[in-house]
Design a protein around this ligand. Structure first.
Ligand SMILES: [Zn+2]
Length: 66
């Protein structure tokens, strides 16, 4: 069960609204509203995240959402 020890750290950073790559606050990223109500956030380091206002959670953007 040592498949992926990075995932819990990333999940923890995302739960605090921080980029998993550089640790910057995603609040400061470039926001872009999408038609399905979620917000696409591009961090300064180039990583792309999705914020869902319904669940108030951040997650990494899926490949097809980029
Ligand atoms: Zn970043």
């Amino acid at each position: 069960m040592f498949k992926n020890i990075i995932a819990p750290v990333q999940a923890w950073l995302l739960s605090k609204g921080q980029c998993v790559g550089c640790g910057r606050s995603l609040e400061k990223g470039k926001k872009e509203k999408r038609k399905d109500k979620v917000v696409k956030i591009t961090c300064k380091c180039g990583r792309i995240f999705i914020y869902d206002p319904k669940t108030k959670k951040y997650r990494r953007a899926l490949f097809e959402e980029v």
